[in-house]
Write a protein that binds this ligand. Structure first.
Ligand SMILES: Cc1cc2nc3c(=O)[nH]c(=O)nc-3n(C[C@H](O)[C@H](O)[C@H](O)COP(=O)(O)OP(=O)(O)OC[C@H]3O[C@@H](n4cnc5c(N)ncnc54)[C@H](O)[C@@H]3O)c2cc1C
Length: 331
């Protein structure tokens, strides 16, 4: 392992200053992504800025109905918070579907938003990978691309899927990310935070250099909504999604008044399926309707040699989630 400097910050300003003073700095939160990648020689920070003492551990209900989550709130704390369990069950379920209890006790909200892809070629530290080594190529496109590779939002330069469960739920709920930089703070819509790989797969998010995530604020829950997260994977725990869906519905008798759908495991970023949502609005719930919406969600899918199965699997994740939430029976 390469040597690095370690600084422990006691205020946001101090963290920003430490970060700005180094050439290849990284903020250290729970360390469950970062320390793995440092040991694998994939991330090579010359300075770790430990942010664990910053006052960013609160979950706060705002007067306008939104929920403000400090960047250092752990995945476990967030999943079991009473407001999250009651008003955002999709988020609680998504968090509990991720990693293991031990990891969730360390992993933080900011770190989860910023976690890196699980592509084997990114993580092996030697194969050509445009994310790790810009311009070197994408080994996954002609290589083994089954479980952690996307069918939506890919480019000829990168096909790694986004690994987070939490972010899929936040994409469906709607949220904004508050970031603090040396020149002040700003808010980024959650849907704009993660970037498509395009020609620049090494640019994964909308943070400017040195900016620190301080909070994620969830939109107010939809009145009368039901929500759930369904994750399909190779084994039932401690495994990343092959395909997942976060669904929120508001019913009006037998009709769907409003639906939100986001998908995980299948996109290069947490994937909102807005056209599929629109196809459900105002319609009577039925299995045919759900199948049609699921088909719309994958209309632009581009499967690779080993992951074509993700298209029907992802569609099933949507159909089953909608069926469960609406109590619809097959005709
Ligand atoms: C074995 C294993 C299985 C896993 N399974 C799943 C799974 O099934 N589903 C899932 O969703 N996740 C899974 N994860 C990933 C896990 O959720 C992430 O590792 C975790 O959320 C990262 O949070 P952290 O606080 O540990 O981040 P760290 O490792 O500390 O940091 C991660 C990155 O974020 C940056 N960062 C951290 N905080 C901030 C901040 N406030 N502002 C700006 N940058 C910041 C760091 O510099 C670093 O680049 C798994 C991880 C492991 C190791």
């Amino acid at each position: 392992m390469r040597s690095f400097e370690y600084e422990r910050a006691s205020s946001v300003g101090q963290a920003l200053n430490h970060h700005a003073a180094a050439q290849r700095p990284s903020y250290l939160a729970g360390g469950t992504t970062l320390l793995d990648l440092v040991k694998l020689d994939v991330m090579r920070p010359d300075q770790l800025v430990d942010i664990n003492r910053l006052p960013l551990r609160q979950i706060e209900a705002l007067p306008d109905g939104r929920l403000r989550i400090g960047a250092l709130v752990t995945n476990s704390e967030l999943a079991r918070h009473s407001i999250v369990r009651t008003h955002y069950p999709v988020l609680s379920q998504a968090l509990l579907a991720g990693a293991s209890t031990q990891l969730r006790n360390k992993a933080t909200t900011g770190g989860n938003v910023m976690q890196r892809v699980r592509c084997n070629y990114f993580r092996d530290g030697v194969s050509p990978c445009n994310k790790r080594e810009p311009g070197s190529g994408c080994s996954a496109i002609g290589g083994h691309n089954r479980s952690v590779h996307a069918v939506l939002g890919t480019s000829e330069h990168c096909i790694a899927s986004h690994p987070s469960d939490m972010c899929v739920a936040m994409t469906a709920i709607g949220a904004c990310v508050t970031v603090q930089g040396l020149r002040g703070s700003r808010e980024i819509d959650f849907g704009d935070f993660h970037l498509l790989p395009g020609d620049t797969p090494w640019k994964e998010h909308a943070l400017h250099p040195h900016e620190l995530i301080t909070h994620v604020t969830l939109d107010a829950p939809l009145t009368g909504s039901r929500s759930g997260y369904l994750k399909l994977r190779d084994r039932a725990s401690y495994q990343f999604a092959l395909a997942s869906s976060a669904v929120i519905v508001v019913m009006d008798g037998p009709r769907i008044r409003e639906a939100r759908i986001a998908m995980g495991g299948v996109g290069t970023k947490p994937w909102r399926a807005r056209e599929a949502e629109a196809s459900l609005a105002g319609q009577s719930a039925s299995m045919d309707l759900f199948a049609q919406a699921a088909s719309i969600a994958f209309r632009d899918a581009h499967p690779y040699a080993h992951n074509a199965f993700k298209v029907p699997l992802g569609q099933q994740a949507i159909v089953r989630n909608l069926r469960n939430l609406t109590g619809t029976e097959a005709a």
